[in-house]
Design a protein around this ligand. Structure first.
Ligand code: NDP
Length: 324
């Protein structure tokens, strides 16, 4: 009988329970996937804590890679034995095996291992839509990417650099600064010690950046607005430090007719064609070596609580996988 992690209440890492379940058969349109590696993402923390509400009890986790082992009726493009990966709902990726809609899966190129896939699908597809759809990074753009040594950060910085941008990254330690510099950052700012909008102005000769990718939220939001050029794009896509409090839209006018968006991967991949297109772009930059996927932490899936504690304590760099 397979095991899954479920939550019956929201709270700290301890609410995640390792439970045995019956092996389910795939419903029409679904496939069953035996997971080889599961991805850890900050959104898992928001689900567990209750910041992003789930209907309880619930599974948790949005990303994994594995092998199709059963196919429901009406599924024609996947067969048992196919290597697949996914990022996005329905929740429940923290599991040894699960059923999910076939149209949420991407077939994995042979060159991409299960570990790499589980490490890159959610953070890589996120980098893809942020850099290629939300604001299309152009050669010569200066861009600011917060938490540059994190999961999304290391991928997005390399990708932005490959697109010809001048990449400014923020981090909280010297070790993370070195890592960010080795993954595409032209300039690294320690935002726990330096005034980052002031440093951004210095680096950009007073102009400001074309776009800020801000997954940190509460602690960086105001400084991010102050880092933008006139008509720049503020992309607030996460809340690692807490959610951004309400603010007055007049600020966007005062700070230079700024644009603000609060995007999510789910909308950018809701249509199968959009998912396939972003997936192809991701596989391309990884396959060509422009973006290296860094799996820096690996935990047994049963020890997901420890992984959550370490992620929230900012101990992680790059991507993290959980082995079922
Ligand atoms: P990371 O690996 O980037 O981990 C979060 C990082 O945020 C930390 O390592 C830390 O880096 C930084 N941070 C700053 N302040 C805090 C704080 N108070 N507590 C914890 N961490 C803090 O995580 P992910 O790559 O999984 O996700 C990055 C962000 O992107 C998250 O906010 C996530 O929710 C968001 N996201 C949004 C998506 C969307 O579609 N909207 C999709 C995917 C991710 P440092 O120590 O250098 O400050």
């Amino acid at each position: 009988m397979p095991f899954v992690i479920r939550i019956h209440q929201t709270g700290g890492p301890e609410v995640m329970r390792w439970e045995e379940i019956a092996l389910a058969e795939p419903a029409p349109g679904e496939v069953r996937v035996r997971h080889e590696a599961v991805g850890l993402n900050y959104i898992d923390v928001y689900h567990r804590s209750g910041l992003y509400p789930l209907q309880l009890p619930s599974g948790i986790g949005l990303e994994a890679a594995g092998v199709v082992d059963a196919v429901g009726s009406g599924v024609s493009d996947l067969s048992p034995g196919d290597r697949v990966a996914y990022a996005g709902g329905p929740v429940g990726a923290y599991s040894q095996v699960r059923c999910l809609p076939a149209d949420r899966l991407l077939k994995l190129p042979d060159a991409i291992s299960f570990a790499t896939a589980a490490a890159m699908m959610l953070q890589g597809l996120t980098s893809a839509y942020l850099l290629r759809r939300t604001y299309r990074v152009q050669t010569g753009d200066a861009v600011l990417i917060h938490a540059a040594a994190g999961g999304v950060g290391l991928i997005a910085c390399q990708w932005a650099k490959a697109l010809g941008a001048t990449v400014i990254g923020t981090v909280s330690t010297e070790a993370k600064a070195a890592l960010a510099a080795a993954h595409g950052c032209d300039h690294v700012i320690d935002y726990t010690r330096e005034n980052f909008p002031r440093r951004v102005r210095e680096i950009t000769a007073g102009t400001g950046v074309a776009v800020v990718y801000d997954g940190v939220g509460k602690d960086t939001f105001a400084g991010s607005l102050d880092s933008l050029r006139t008509c720049g794009m503020m992309v607030s896509f996460g809340n690692a430090s807490g959610p951004v409090p309400p603010f007055d839209p007049l600020l966007l006018s005062q700070k230079g007719s700024l644009f603000l968006t609060r995007p999510t991967l789910m909308h950018y991949t809701a249509k199968r064609d959009d998912l396939l297109a972003l997936g192809a772009e991701l596989f391309d930059v990884v396959g060509s070596g422009k973006v290296r996927i860094e799996v820096h932490q690996t935990y047994p899936l049963a020890e997901a609580a420890t992984a959550h504690r370490d992620l929230e304590a900012r101990k992680h760099t790059g991507s993290t996988i959980l082995l079922p």
